[in-house]
Design a protein around this ligand. Structure first.
Ligand SMILES: [Zn+2]
Ligand SMILES: [Zn+2]
Length: 168
């Protein structure tokens, strides 16, 4: 069992390995340069952008609704013998995060149960995980996930401008 260094998905078979980093798919492994650059960015620079983006407009509703952070929603869907579940993380304000978590609770409550045996095991877990997210207060400092997202944005930007810069 391995965890994808890009999307965080847990996978059992397949995937790709680059310099000890594991990726679940070719799409994720293509982002390897971004992941490596992101980790090497100086902490002071990253912190500056974390503060700036955290108190900026929400990328989803475009409003200034308090601190922007990463909010996770957990979904499950079953169809007789197949049950699939996943976690998605969104960068948004608290209110947009709540909306996604509520949506995920409704989705999972309606569609999660219809599989044996995993529907009955995973559905309550996903519902509780969303409920925990809903109940969570904004933290004073940005979460680790938000810092990671900021690092990747900066790294992607850096790599892109390096590529478009004229070659001397
Ligand atoms: Zn992945
Ligand atoms: Zn929002």
């Amino acid at each position: 069992m391995a965890e994808c260094c890009n999307c965080g998905k847990t996978f059992f078979i397949g995937g790709q390995s680059i310099d000890g980093y594991r990726y679940c798919s070719a799409t994720c492994s293509r982002l390897h340069p971004v992941i490596v650059t992101a980790e090497s960015l100086p902490a002071a620079t990253v912190q500056q952008f974390v503060e700036k983006w955290r108190h900026g407009d929400c990328p989803v509703c475009k409003r200034q609704n308090g601190p922007v952070d990463v909010h996770a929603e957990h979904r499950v869907i079953s169809l007789i013998f197949v049950t699939q579940w996943h976690t998605r993380r969104h960068i948004s304000c608290r209110r947009c995060g709540w909306n996604k978590q509520l949506e995920a609770i409704i989705y999972s409550t309606l569609l999660g149960w219809w599989g044996l045996p995993w529907g009955f095991v995973i559905t309550p877990i996903q519902i509780v995980r969303n409920a925990v997210g809903l109940a969570r207060r904004d933290t004073v400092a940005a979460t680790e996930h938000f810092e990671k997202a900021v690092r990747r944005q900066l790294a992607a930007h850096q790599l892109q401008s390096a590529r478009s810069a004229p070659q001397a």
